[in-house]
Structure formats: structure tokens, C-alpha cells
Write a protein that binds this ligand. Structure first.
Ligand code: HEC
Ligand code: HEC
Length: 185
């Protein structure tokens, strides 16, 4: 009798230990979603990042671009998409470290893995909105709903349509295009 209990006990412990190992990213995301933690890419921020990189547009979650792209963006802030976003050296180093250590290719989130897949043969774009995965997901949206839409104006404004973009969630049920509504594909 006792040995049966020991066997059962051992199996239970093994199952508990092995569970997270056999989980896929999707399982993990579903589990996190169940816990009402929004998902999509990792929800990470830092006060200095939010303050310096979240004033002109949303502070993009670092898991939306690979390391090399963040490095490129951070080393050219004096001419940042036509704006000057220069920082002092210390702040620039801090933010670069934050972005690089949490970049899409450091992440095991499924969507980050996709954003990380950039074509490094071409001169890689500095835009999230020009990554192959982004284009694949948005190529059916007519421009009148984006550039022709006063409440959106650019694909760079993720949070105009993805109502939970700042919580790093890009789930379809949280998409609402201004002046259009839900997206049915
Ligand atoms: C002075 C305003 C300003 C600041 C500050 C700023 N940006 Fe930008 N950023 C812009 C503009 C303007 C664009 C282009 C938006 C567009 O095309 O609609 C842009 C675009 C981007 C994009 C590309 C978005 C896309 O289309 O995929 C990234 C990534 C980005 N910024 C990162 C950063 C980071 C990191 C920082 C902080 C170091 C930062 N930005 C600070 C103005 C700013
Ligand atoms: C004009 C509105 C709009 C803007 C702006 C926009 N998106 Fe989207 N996005 C959509 C729509 C609509 C879909 C769903 C497309 C489909 O299912 O065919 C989508 C899909 C996605 C998906 C896939 C979601 C999934 O679960 O399959 C991701 C990830 C995403 N967007 C990220 C972004 C990011 C990051 C930005 C900003 C750089 C952004 N989007 C800007 C409308 C927008």
C-alpha cells in the first residue's frame, strides 16, 4: 500500500515539474490570458524608456524588433524619421540596453519570433511596420483606413487600432479601427 502511494506521489511531482516544459508558447499565452495578463509580445517597460520614447508615439514594446534594428535606431536618434530625438549618453546607453536585452530575438513569445524574422540581406528597415510579419498581417487594410484616416494617420500608431497595444496585446478582439470598427477578414 505504501509503495503505491509513493509511486503515485512521485508521478504527481514529475507531472508538475514536466508541465511547463511541454507547454507551447500558445499554451503559455492562453494561460497568461486566463490570468488577465495581456499578451502578444512581452509586456516590458522602464520608466526612462517610457518617458523618452513614449512622448511622440507609444513606447513600442521591445519585443517588436530584433536587436540589430534597435541598435540602428538608437545610434541615429539625431535624425529619427525626420525628427530629432537625441538623448544624453547615459540615457541613450540605458535605453539601448533595455531594448537590446528584451528584443524580439531574445524573446520566446510566438509573435516576437515572427517580428524577429527580418530580411537581413536587404538594408533592414528601421520600422516595425515594414517587417515582413507586419506587412503580412496588415496588407489587406485599405489605406483610407490608415493614412487617409485622421484618427490613425500612420501604421506607426499601433494604439489607434490596437486598443491594448500599450499593454503589449495585439489580439484580434482588441482591434477597433477608428471610423470603421471591428475588422472582419
Ligand atoms: C520627437 C519625437 C520622437 C521621439 C522623442 C521618439 N520618436 Fe520614434 N518616431 C517619431 C516619428 C515622427 C516616427 C515616424 C512615425 C510615422 O511614420 O508615422 C517615429 C517612428 C519610430 C519607430 C518606427 C515605427 C514604425 O512605423 O514601425 C520606432 C521603432 C521608434 N520611433 C522608436 C523610438 C525610440 C526607441 C525612441 C526613444 C529613443 C523614440 N522613437 C523617440 C518621433 C519620435
Ligand atoms: C489601421 C489600424 C491598425 C494599425 C495602425 C496597426 N494595426 Fe496591427 N492589425 C490591424 C488589423 C485590422 C489586424 C488584423 C488583420 C487580419 O486579421 O487580417 C492587425 C493585426 C496585427 C497583428 C496580428 C495579430 C494576431 O493575433 O494575428 C499584430 C501582431 C499587429 N497587428 C501588430 C501591430 C503593430 C505592432 C502596430 C504598430 C507598429 C500595428 N499593428 C498597427 C490593424 C492595425
Amino acid at each position: 500500500m505504501r509503495s503505491i502511494l509513493i509511486v503515485i506521489g512521485t508521478l504527481l511531482v514529475l507531472a508538475a515539474v514536466a508541465m511547463p516544459l511541454v507547454w507551447s508558447d500558445e499554451d503559455r499565452e492562453a494561460w497568461l490570458e486566463y490570468g488577465r495578463v495581456s499578451t502578444g509580445v512581452a509586456l516590458l517597460s522602464s520608466p526612462v524608456y517610457k518617458e523618452e520614447c513614449g512622448s511622440c508615439h507609444m513606447a513600442y514594446p521591445p519585443g517588436l524588433l530584433p536587436t540589430a534594428t534597435w541598435q540602428k535606431i538608437m545610434s541615429g536618434l539625431e535624425n529619427h524619421f525626420g525628427d530629432n530625438a537625441e538623448l544624453d549618453n547615459e540615457t541613450q546607453t540605458k535605453i539601448t540596453e533595455f531594448l537590446v536585452s528584451n528584443s524580439a530575438n531574445q524573446s520566446n513569445y510566438r509573435r516576437s519570433r515572427r517580428f524577429a524574422a527580418v530580411d537581413d540581406k536587404s538594408e533592414a528597415s528601421m520600422r516595425i511596420s515594414e517587417t515582413p510579419y507586419f506587412i503580412h498581417e496588415h496588407d489587406e487594410i485599405p489605406s483610407r483606413l490608415v493614412t487617409g484616416n485622421r484618427e490613425v494617420t500612420s501604421f506607426s500608431n499601433c494604439n489607434a487600432c490596437h486598443r491594448k497595444a500599450e499593454q503589449a496585446s495585439f489580439r484580434e478582439r482588441d482591434i477597433l479601427i477608428p471610423g470603421h470598427g471591428k475588422w472582419d477578414d
